[in-house]
Write a protein that binds this ligand. Structure first.
Ligand code: AMP
Length: 396
């Protein structure tokens, strides 16, 4: 059931949101994205004539109350964004909450205190989840960022709402985007995988090989593949103990008919430094004292051709050290290609890791189909794992 199947009139919706937002030294919210992302769900409930009880974590208080991580700091920001003055209780369970919930009227919003002030939250404690469950008639999970954790508020609480639980709009969009890439997307399907190390992406690669037509490999991962195939990588980042794994990935890809595209040239530098000397070198012949830090021009042309003919695109991981302007060009070029393919009708999902930061930094956010809000949750989804927070809703 989707949220649109429910009418929240006179109902209290218990909503797990992800308001784990960054605060500055004055405890002001410095990035409101996560609050804005939850707005459509909250508005739908209020417009139906219901009330919203919001629960979230903030930071890592490790089971103890910590005033620096109180959700009271975000009340004004949430009120401004939603357009309704939010009420706050300095607890998430107990008699004070019971009273505030009892008094809550249709159209009102109540924000509960940081769930992680109680160790029971992350422990997935059943009694704690049962206490939370008392606060709502319907349970709505709209927190993709924590959907991979079997915590009390994300997973365990859902068992108390048989037939009365659903995903919020944000979580539903995340699930749809993953499904499009993994199952229903138009072919050709292309995955662009970058980032530092092959070891952190191996499970993703093995899971998606059955679902894609093209695999573009970039970033630091490149050099383990280059070394595995007998090339020289100079001082580039490389995992020599993973070369067998790299060869096995290439063999699996061949067997499954997936075309693998590795860099043929790279921007090599004589130091890991934005001001370093740079030279374009063949990806498989990097000289000693030099390291590959970005994709080269020939490589980017080849990547462009593949990306532009793709109908479904997954992008995970930058193709260079994009944090340094001297080595950001490759990642920007890939972003431009993904944006162009999207404007030509492709579906593009950017998710799980630093490619999200890159897409935001370089202004591609509105030019791709979907940018995931959950790092770890997206990575686990791409690895093919069932997320406990999602399963808990789907179990009915
Ligand atoms: P990940 O979190 O696995 O997506 O890795 C992202 C990190 O990989 C970023 O911080 C990039 O700077 C880094 N990275 C990308 N390309 C390279 C490279 N050629 N050498 C070293 N680090 C790289």
């Amino acid at each position: 059931m989707t949220i649109d199947d429910f009418n929240f009139e006179d109902k209290k919706a218990l909503i797990r949101v992800d308001f784990n937002v960054p605060l500055n030294d004055a405890f002001e919210v410095t990035d409101t994205n996560r609050i804005e992302a939850a707005k459509p769900t909250i508005i739908k409930i209020l417009e139906d004539g219901g009330s919203a009880i919001l629960m979230s974590h903030l930071g890592r208080p490790k089971g103890k109350a910590n005033p620096d991580m109180s959700l009271s700091h975000i009340v004004d920001t949430v009120s401004e964004i939603i357009g309704v003055q939010v009420k706050f209780v300095p607890e998430c369970v107990g008699p004070q909450v019971a009273e505030a919930v009892e008094q809550l009227q249709s159209g009102e919003i109540l924000l509960l205190e940081n769930l992680r002030f109680h160790a029971e939250e992350e422990a997935g404690d059943a009694a704690f989840a049962q206490q939370l469950a008392q606060w709502g008639d319907i349970y709505v999970n709209d927190a993709f960022g924590t959907a991979h954790r079997p915590h009390a508020s994300t997973t365990i609480v859902a068992s108390h709402f048989p037939g009365r639980k659903c995903f919020g709009y944000l979580l539903a969009r995340e699930i749809d985007a993953i499904q499009t890439v993994m199952e229903t997307g138009e072919k050709p399907v292309t995955a662009i995988l970058g980032g530092a190390k092959v070891s952190s992406k191996i499970t993703i690669i093995e899971n998606i090989l059955d679902k894609i037509d093209h695999l573009i490999i970039g970033g630091g991962m490149t050099y383990t593949f280059v070394k595995a195939q007998g090339g020289t990588v100079g001082d580039s980042i490389c995992e020599p103990d993973k070369t067998d794994l790299a060869l096995s990935i290439l063999e699996q890809a061949r067997a499954k008919g997936v075309q693998v595209h590795l860099p043929t040239d790279v921007v090599a530098a004589d130091a890991f430094d934005n001001e370093a000397q740079t030279r374009i070198m063949p990806a498989n012949a990097i000289e000693d004292g030099w390291q590959g830090l970005d994709a080269g021009p020939q490589t980017l042309e080849a990547f462009k051709a593949v990306i532009l003919q793709s109908r479904t695109i997954l992008w995970n991981g930058p193709v260079g050290v994009f944090e340094m302007p001297s080595f950001a060009k490759g990642t920007i070029a890939v972003g431009n290609c993904v944006a162009e393919a999207t404007s030509l009708g492709a579906f593009s999902l950017v998710g799980g890791g630093d490619s999200v930061a890159a897409v935001k930094q370089f202004g591609f956010e509105d030019k791709v189909s979907y940018v995931s809000t959950g790092g770890g949750a997206m990575l686990e989804s791409l690895e093919g794992r069932t997320l406990p927070g999602i399963a808990a809703i789907q179990e009915g």
